[in-house]
Design a protein around this ligand. Structure first.
Ligand code: PMP
Length: 375
């Protein structure tokens, strides 16, 4: 594989598996079973209907949910879900829905949801700079809330819940954009899961929504057709022209997950090992690399860290880039460094990053030997 693709630690859009890229390359010219470029196949073709069918089936199988869940392939990114969820699930004059404010992205959800109806911020990590997530003891959730909304993995700060939150009698809604299909989840404990594709499962342009049928049937009448889950469910995600290319790539990634990786439990084992390798570099660096997240809440997807000062951070990024390691700059909201270890980032790539980090630390801690930088 192109060595720079192999060492792409971007926060998103993220790396895709090499075998999928090769299939996509072929499909751009010609989808073998159709004889046409994927960019020029009608969304009303039988071929595309079969793509959507197989993808719905694969996602249900990977998540372990039944036919009572719709798998919808929508546009507008995860951001559109910030509004679509409350438009459908939030009664305008009932009890407020509980929202957790655990980082940058769960913070972005709040004003959008608030515009649609009553919400309550049930917990916020803002005062501590979003360095930890709530424990069950510190969460005071409302047992009569219409739903609980949270973000399973805070992409910017590198915080991840390693359990399902909330009470079983309160509907769970979860933004899984940055850890979707990276590990098994007890999906049937959720009423609605949404995730854009561009981290673990494909290119930007499509957002997967997995939602229980009874919930969308109870949504208010009179929603704009395009913002009503029912219309998309009825149309099997082909209400208008969907992003055919992006959906096809997501199908290829689900096939890769099922056939090459061997399912989500196998994927989790790999992802966990990758993250542990990198956190060990932080932990064994005598405080040179400072992880942002509290140990218990560390993300397996996004490893966010700082160096002792900004000058060293700049030098780290420049030397990493020169060594072919890309995408390590932290999110603009908080700066620092972030290594994203999405599904397609290989253990070998993580090994190379870990080696680079060890060498960089040694070089700057021993300036006499460090004049030429790390390659
Ligand atoms: N939620 C999470 C957890 C994210 O990481 C992001 C973007 N990185 C978003 C929502 C927003 O997604 P989009 O750009 O697809 O609207």
């Amino acid at each position: 594989m192109n060595p720079r693709n192999a060492l792409n630690f971007s926060g998103g859009p993220g790396a895709l598996p090499e075998s999928v890229l090769r299939e996509v390359q072929q499909a751009i010219v010609e989808v073998p079973e159709v004889g046409l470029s994927v960019l020029g196949i009608s969304h009303r073709s039988d071929w595309f209907a079969a793509v959507v069918d197989e993808l719905e089936h694969n996602i249900r199988a990977l998540l372990g949910v039944g036919e009572n869940y719709h798998v919808l392939l929508l546009q507008g990114g995860a951001t559109q879900q910030f509004s679509m969820v409350p438009m459908s699930l939030l009664p305008p004059d009932g009890a407020p829905a509980d929202y957790l404010h655990t980082g940058y992205w769960s913070g972005k959800v709040l004003p959008a949801a608030h515009r649609e109806g009553p919400i309550r911020v049930a917990w916020s990590g803002e005062t501590d700079g979003f360095r930890h997530l709530p424990s069950d003891e510190t969460l005071a959730l409302n047992r009569s809330a219409p739903y609980l909304h949270y973000v399973s993995n805070e992409t910017v700060e590198g915080l991840q819940f390693h359990r399902v939150l909330g009470h079983d009698n309160v509907l769970r809604v979860c933004d899984m954009s940055s850890d979707f299909l990276s590990r098994p989840v007890e999906a049937e404990r959720f009423g609605l899961i949404y995730a854009h594709a561009q981290k673990n499962v494909g290119p930007a342009g499509v957002t997967v929504v997995v939602v229980r049928d009874d919930l969308i049937q109870d949504a208010p009448q009179g929603l704009p057709e395009f913002l009503d889950y029912r219309s998309h469910a009825r149309a099997h995600s082909i209400l208008n022209t969907p992003p055919v290319f992006a959906i096809y790539v997501v199908l290829l990634v689900t096939r890769w997950l099922m056939q090459d990786v061997g399912g989500l439990a196998a994927m989790e084992t790999i992802n966990r090992r990758k993250a542990e390798r990198l956190y060990a570099v932080l932990d064994e660096s005598d405080g040179f690399y400072r992880g942002r997240a509290a140990e218990r809440d560390r993300s397996f997807m996004n490893v966010a860290f700082n160096l002792p000062d900004k000058t060293l951070e700049q030098r780290f990024l420049a030397e990493a880039e020169a060594a072919g390691l890309s995408g390590l700059k932290g999110h603009r909201a908080i700066g620092g460094m972030r290594a994203s270890l999405y599904n397609a980032v290989t253990p070998e790539a993580v090994e190379q990053l870990a080696d680079f980090m060890d060498r960089f630390r040694c070089t700057v801690s021993m300036p006499a030997h460090g004049a030429t930088g790390v390659r």
